[in-house]
Design a protein around this ligand. Structure first.
Ligand code: M6R
Length: 608
């Protein structure tokens, strides 16, 4: 997501800001900008694309001054462009703001500010903050920021500076991280520690709802109601590489642990108080929604598995026939479209060549295309008719984790949304899914506690030649995703089977000690799955079963049992995914593999 850097002291701010932004590049971004106070006024330079583009613009036209803020933007509201890049200013140029996160009520605020005569230059939610500061400024930037924050809804980190008070930066943390770097006659603020490590190892980590008033000589912290807070200095002992990973050994592990937040972010603003799925980004008429008579879901790899879950929930809730297919096959199959076929493409990166080609084929054939993607401004997002963004934040490890769970969330929301506007085929299941979605961040957080158990299991089986994943219904889809994860980073041969299909051939491969991971979260299929576990046990397989807490039977059937916090079986794939990701991760670590960059694979597959 976006990166923020702020500096006040005696050095030339531009160098500090650019260096800090470079250290935040790992977070992913599409444009960058800096604002520096030159003694008279605030000067701003912003550029679409890599930081190098901004640096080239500054070459020979640098911004002198010792107070400044910088930003790398990961587009959310408004496409990536020079104008939408941060920092953003007010009408007078006296105030500038850098922001990470989302201001949920920005549309209403923007309308109010426009009515009051403010002129906007970007499509961003952030710009409302600069204009609010301008309209509420009372001679004291800190006091003004308290007043502004009281008007904002959403998750954000903000850094504000003003030409009226050039000795000061004010920073606010509400859900999005911020750290203050403590120097000698200089201070810093940034979204993450790597941006600071060149200058200081002493930091204040701002907590939820805290505000920092930063001058060159001192940093004072407050709660949003103005109560002073005394902070403890944290001395950072990690190196830069570890700091980028937030102290985790690998990006994959960090991203696994980010899932409760990623899921919560993807749900933000999309569940109404009267229990409806809200997707204002779909510009649909009722007639269009009601007219859809078949759905094609197209994606690759992990996104395809999300699509397989999507098919089951969409068919159950809408009774529209759904096909799901990998994009590399779909694009050459000459699929059959009706006049009202909807095509749903799913892609984390939004750049996967086969998925993009499938999207183009579908549009050329007259189908309406909805994209589920994690990257605003990606090719898929630009070319689709409608876009549902997953707010997972940048995913750096090649193995997809938080992108997958957020794709599932987007698909659950989409299915409920479509079912609700068409007149639900199954209102009870919609209610169950929506209630489950509300609790999902918590369930995903709890299931992370399975890490020690998955580590122990992974260490036992890391050197086996092959492993089997079995399940029925949605557990079969979860098994496919578990097997893919294990293959791609541990290089263990792993296969997933619909549990009932084993005896039609694959059972021949089950022998003494062969690891079988059995998923048993689908209550209506539980007994059948238990029978299939008994079949592999009878061939001396070593079975790890994943089932709900409270299952009293499984311990007598499987060799090992992992108990999961209970959620609606419809949402089980989002919960089961986490221990299976951990299993793959720990097996890969045990084998000494390059977890984040597995052999032969790329994060974004932009070739056929
Ligand atoms: O960016 P996309 O979602 O389109 O990528 C699709 C697949 O390449 C991707 O999910 C891949 O399977 C992952 N590496 C799996 O972890």
């Amino acid at each position: 997501m976006c990166g923020i850097v702020g500096y006040i002291g005696e050095r030339q701010a531009q160098q500090v800001l650019l260096h800090g932004l470079e250290k935040l590049e790992y977070r992913g971004y599409d444009s960058a900008g800096i604002a520096v106070f030159d003694g008279q006024a605030i000067r701003v330079k912003k550029k679409l694309g890599r930081l190098a583009n901004l640096e080239n613009t500054l070459n020979g036209h640098g911004l002198p001054g010792v107070l400044g803020i910088g930003h790398t933007r990961w587009a959310t509201h408004g496409r990536p462009s020079d104008a939408n890049a941060h920092p953003h200013g007010d009408c007078t140029g006296r105030f500038v703001v850098a922001h990470n996160g989302i201001i949920e009520n920005y549309l209403r605020l923007r309308q109010e500010l426009i009515q009051a005569g403010h002129q906007f230059r970007s499509e961003t939610d952030t710009e409302v903050v600069a204009h609010l500061v301008e309209s509420l400024y009372d001679g004291d930037l800190l006091r003004t920021v308290f007043k502004v924050a009281a008007k904002l809804r959403g998750a954000y980190a903000l850094v504000v500076m003003s030409a009226e008070e050039p000795g000061r930066l004010v920073a606010v943390r509400k859900h999005s991280p911020l750290v203050v770097g403590l120097g000698d006659e200089e201070n810093f603020v940034a979204s993450d520690i790597p941006a600071l490590l060149n200058y200081t190892r002493n930091v204040y980590v701002l907590e939820e709802g805290e505000v920092a008033d930063i001058t060159a000589k001192a940093v004072h912290c407050y709660r949003l109601d103005g109560t002073p807070v005394s902070k403890e200095v944290l001395t950072v002992t990690w190196d830069v590489d570890a700091a980028e990973k937030g102290g985790y050994e690998h990006f994959m592990l960090k991203e696994i642990y980010e899932q409760p937040k990623a899921v919560a972010d993807t749900l933000t603003g999309r569940l109404s108080d009267d229990n409806r799925a809200v997707l204002p980004e779909l510009h649909w008429t009722l007639g269009m929604a009601r007219g859809i008579d078949r759905i094609h879901i197209v994606a690759c790899g992990t996104a395809y598995h999300a699509g397989m879950v999507g098919r089951q929930i969409l068919e159950r809730l809408t009774r529209i026939p759904v096909e799901v297919e990998v994009a590399s096959e779909y694009r050459y199959r000459d699929p059959i479209y009706t006049d009202h076929t909807l095509v749903l493409v799913i892609s984390q990166s939004g750049e996967t060549a086969d998925t993009l080609a499938a999207l183009r084929e579908a549009r050329a054939r007259g189908a309406r295309v909805v994209a589920v993607t994690n990257v605003v401004g990606s090719s898929v997002a630009r070319e689709a008719d409608d876009v549902i963004i997953t707010w997972a934040g940048p995913e750096i490890a090649v193995a997809s984790t938080k992108a997958y769970t957020t794709q599932l969330v987007a698909l659950y929301l989409f299915a409920c949304y479509l079912a609700q506007i068409r007149g639900a085929a199954d209102p009870a299941t919609i209610e169950e899914v929506l209630a489950g979605l509300r609790d999902l961040p918590d369930a995903v957080s709890k299931v992370l506690d399975t890490a020690p158990a998955m580590k122990a299991f992974a260490q036992q089986f890391a050197w086996k030649e092959s492993a089997f994943f079995i399940g029925r219904g949605l557990d079969y889809v979860a098994a496919l995703e578990g097997a893919l994860k294990l293959k791609e980073i541990s290089y263990i041969h792993a296969e997933a089977y619909a549990a009932g299909e084993l005896k039609h051939g694959t059972l021949a491969l089950i022998a003494e000690g062969v690891p079988v991971i059995a998923l048993a979260t689908q209550d209506h299929l539980y007994e059948k799955t238990v029978s299939n576990i008994k079949e592999v046990k009878a061939r001396d397989a070593h079975v790890l079963a994943l089932t709900w807490t409270g299952d009293e039977e499984m311990a007598s059937v499987a060799d090992e049992v992992l108990y999961l916090p209970r959620v609606s079986p419809w949402l089980a794939p989002a919960v089961v995914a986490v221990p299976l990701q951990l299993l793959a991760y720990f097996a890969a670590v045990e084998r000494g593999n390059d977890v984040d960059k597995p052999r032969n694979l790329a994060k974004s597959v932009t070739v056929e």
